[in-house]
Design a binder for this molecule. Sequence first.
Ligand code: EPZ
Length: 436
Amino acid sequence: MYLHPNLICKNLLGVINLEKLVIQGGTPLRGEVNISGAKNAAVAILPATLLINGTCRIENLPNISDVKLYCDILEQLGAKIKWHSSNEITIDTTNINCKEDIVEITRKFRASYYLIGSLLGRCGEVQVGLPGGCNLGARPIDLHIKGFEALGATTNITQGNIRATADHLVGTSIYLDIASVGATINIMLASVLAEGTTIIDNAAKEPHIVDVANFLNTMGANIRGAGTDIIKIHGVKELKGNTSYSIVPDQIEAGTFMLAAISSRGDIIVKNCITKHLESIIAKIIEIGGHVDANGDKLRVWCNKRPTKATIKTLPYPGFPTDLQPQMGVVLSTAEGTSIINEGIWESRFQYTAELNKMGAHITAQGKSAFFEGVDKLVGAPVYVTDLRAGAALIIAGISAEGITEVYNLEHIDRGYENIEEKFRKLGAKIERTIE
Ligand code: EPZ
């Protein structure tokens, strides 16, 4: 059997993974889908529990591999985790071993950088493996480091690890050159227990930033202004916990299903979502000829004709999210006319376009721009996932295409989407996971 080089990849446990999704395309999606808790909130709230001297219950936790890996790290650090269901846990972080070596396990995924902020706050010292660049291009953490050092920490990077120490963290004003999601959350985590007030200027405003702040405030922190570009964190002596918190619905998962409905010319109801978080996506869907009808926490999304071309630039929230750019790219690949997408966040987020071209799309990607010359239809082909959102996009492409699409490298998708094929199957898609 010939193995495409991308196929010979290892999952998080180091096991060679030959799973694939087989999709028989051409069925317009119909029915209802329930949105899970937000991945990017969950991977920040789990390390935030390390700041609590006690227990907390977390509800609406997405059942995804990034969450499982984070729970493994917390347990390695000495936290006790009780699973009430696959979406609900109680974490007891009373006894944490600050000296535990977590370098190897933290190197496995990017969001482990939140342990720097939370363990600095809890222990005054931390060493984690630095996640390398990834399929989206370079992903520096200089702004995180600038924030920690402004709070009084010392940081050293050696042999691919970052070590940060601080006898005492003291609040200060920090201006972020870029409204970075990760730096905003990490500085918030480090300053919750610091002395005095920390002000983050030019903070990111994504819904998961507000969610992390709400979680910390529920546990006893004093954070004001999350969701605006100035966040003030008044340091408190301790976080007591002993309460529960429900994670916000995943804006990106909701947008993924909305765009799948448009791409497949379907008619679906997206349940358990926050319409306010989806405004930029709703506006674009309407602009290209789709329909959206909001009713409380439900959105009906449908499209009965070929969409029209659009020009899109991805931007920090409340702009059009980079994490929905590939899914929108699939929609535009069969729109009437030539569309343009400018990627405003990541330097390399068009790798999926080469896979779409294998399915008959006409896309030219150059640097941070891509031109989508709309074709009548996509045709099924074997395709290889390069990152999480590219994976969602290729599934949407397979569902919308004529014939059979095989999607490989599923571990990227499992990192961030709960039961994705089951959710699509309930909407009528013909999709199965198999092992070669
Ligand atoms: C978060 O990544 C998300 N990840 C990403 O989700 C998302 O694409 C991104 O925000 C933008 O919305 C998590 O929340 C775990 P940034 P993050 O710091 O925090 C530059 C997904 O598919 N930058 O806001 O790493 C950076 O290079 C993903 O779910 C610096 O230069 O993103 C980028 O160009 C992938 N120095 C821009 O800022 C820094 O110190 C925004 O990055 C930090 C960032």
